[in-house]
Design a protein around this ligand. Sequence first.
Ligand code: NAP
Length: 294
Amino acid sequence: MNARIMDGSALAREMRTEWRLRAERLSRIGMRPGLAVVIVGENPASAIYVRNKARACDEIGIHSEIHAFPERAGQDEVVRRIDELNRNPAIHGILVQLPLPRHYASDAILAAIAMEKDVDGFHPCNVGALVLGSAALWPCTPHGVMRMLEKYGIPIEGRHAVVVGRSNIVGKPVALMLLQRGATVTICTSKTPDLAGHAQRADILVVAAGRARLITADMVKAGATVVDVGINRLPDGRLVGDVDFEEVREKAGHITPVPGGVGPMTITMLLCNTIEAAERAHAARTASVQRSSC
Ligand code: NAP
């Protein structure tokens, strides 16, 4: 069998076309969606990610601004800026680029973002809403994974999903989303004694471990859906996922490539969350005007 490739680049393009129209609609009524990205320190990879996000915003019609702080800036200074952005009506989404320098309390910084502007979905209230299964801004990478499963018609309810990795940004939220959709979910970590045994029972295998080619064909059930979130750079400079793509594609039913799978969906979901946050702000403003005129 040769697996069907789940093409994240194509889906991201298709979604951006649709969401550009939503951004345009908001701009026409004077509510151009706005994203503020806060970056602290001089991490070169973070600087590239931030530039890519700003470019993607520009392409889809979102106003973006970058708020850069040197590493020596105090945490209070960053929180004060987040407070200002929380109150700025032209900004609908705020994102703090991670990782922050070690001496920063990331949790406190993320919690300073207004819940309704938390387009990364990392605020404790948005995390709580995800746990409870209520409406929230979902974290971008796991949300992108769910959109890909939806796009390719992968049944989730009643299926066994195995998630490899338990990080707050990928593993845990994607496990909760799958659980919410009715899957039976197993989460594996670096301490799991028999990773292969668990992986072999997966109808849907989501891998977010950050270990090049951790998953080989013998660990995959024939016909399974394999979603590779991992991004690893090999010594020769090539980018590979956590799944041995060439081997596993012979056995899986569906598989995401790296690059071109989950990666392009992550920024796309950030754009969607920002536009959605602006739509909600517009709806709230309209409702408040209507109430005050009654
Ligand atoms: P992370 O915070 O380092 O978490 C990795 C998780 O994998 C941990 O829970 C760890 O277990 C588990 N793990 C590591 N080795 C394992 C093994 N041999 N067997 C089973 N579990 C193992 O990483 P992350 O932020 O979630 O990111 C994971 C990967 O996804 C990275 O390659 C990252 O670059 C990539 N990523 C991609 C995107 C995208 O847009 N495509 C977005 C975010 C992340 P313990 O908890 O026990 O240590």
